[in-house]
Ligand binder design. Structure first.
Ligand SMILES: Nc1ncnc2c1ncn2[C@@H]1O[C@H](COP(=O)(O)OP(=O)(O)OP(=O)(O)O)[C@@H](O)[C@H]1O
Ligand SMILES: [Mg+2]
Length: 267
């Protein structure tokens, strides 16, 4: 049995419930299924609005599904799990807390904010290059630095599964590449399984063992692409044939380019 089994997940938002009775229900997910193994980094790639965030929130137990099942390590997910970590598109740090106390927040909730937790928080902040900013407030940091703090906060309780929703989408391209390399380093050290939502084709290919491509809403899985590149990876890999071929397959699955065979016959 795979570590993560997402099976026939469907999600319908009933807008009437929040007062928009004139509107049709929104089918965000229709029969979404895929599996992943423990320790894998899987990119969930799809067009804007297709239902990726909805699926990630369902996998994390943050919202309920309408139908289907989500099992992680053999357990059906029905509520938020203490051994998952979340990183959202915006860092959402607490402005009144300093960097170290933001990272330690989950340990306070779990009532495990002891000396070992503080040591681990220090280690993580060192790993992401922020040990000189322990007592800084979020507004004194750049967007990339804030997202690194959010990453440490997601990792401080040593999650088995890290759920990341376009965490680097708001960053400039160079910072994003640095963050991609940092994530791969952290993943190597923690051995956590990672589900990473993105709509960047190249980011999906660069990071992952496997790319799961979703259709437009309602999201269904249209293709799973195993990335034939070994780790550790460096930015040079972007210029290899294996990389560009994977990008092409993902682009075809998204409908961004015509399949190579059709293109050849049209010429
Ligand atoms: N709480 C909600 N209530 C009603 N509709 C919702 C809710 N959350 C999401 N939706 C709808 O579900 C659909 C999928 O939204 P979702 O945020 O999952 O897309 P996404 O793939 O993450 O998009 P993006 O790439 O832009 O972040 C959208 O049509 C959205 O309007
Ligand atoms: Mg989203």
């Amino acid at each position: 049995m795979a570590f993560g089994v997402i099976k026939n997940v469907r999600k319908v938002f009933q807008l009437e419930e929040i007062g928009w009775s004139a509107l049709e229900p929104i089918v965000a997910l229709d029969d979404a299924s895929f599996r992943f193994e423990e320790g894998e980094l899987v990119a969930l790639l799809g067009p804007s609005g297709c239902g990726k965030t909805t699926l990630l929130r369902i996998i994390g137990g943050l919202i309920a599904k309408t139908a289907g099942s989500v099992a992680i390590d053999g357990r059906e997910v029905t509520k938020p799990m203490g051994d998952y970590g979340f990183v959202f598109q915006t860092p959402s740090l607490m402005p009144w807390r300093n960097v170290l106390d933001n990272v330690l927040f989950p340990m306070e909730i779990l009532r495990k904010n002891d000396a070992a937790a503080r040591r681990h928080a220090h280690e993580l902040l060192e790993l992401v290059g922020l040990s000189g900013f322990l007592s800084a407030r979020p507004h004194q940091l750049s967007g990339g630095m804030q997202q690194r703090v959010a990453l440490c906060r997601a990792l401080v309780h040593r999650p088995r599964l890290l759920l990341m929703d376009e965490p680097f989408g708001a960053l400039d391209e160079l910072t994003r590449m640095d963050m991609n390399d940092l994530l791969l380093r952290i993943r190597h050290e923690t051995k956590a399984s990672v589900l990473f939502v993105t709509h960047s084709i190249s980011e999906a290919v660069y990071l992952s063992d496997k790319v799961v491509v979703f259709s437009k809403r309602p999201a269904r899985v249209v293709k799973e692409i195993t990335i034939p590149l070994s780790y550790p990876r460096s930015q040079n890999v972007r210029f290899t044939t294996a990389f560009t071929t994977a990008e092409r397959i993902a682009s075809e699955a998204l409908g961004v380019v015509a399949p190579a065979a059709e293109e050849a016959s049209a010429q």
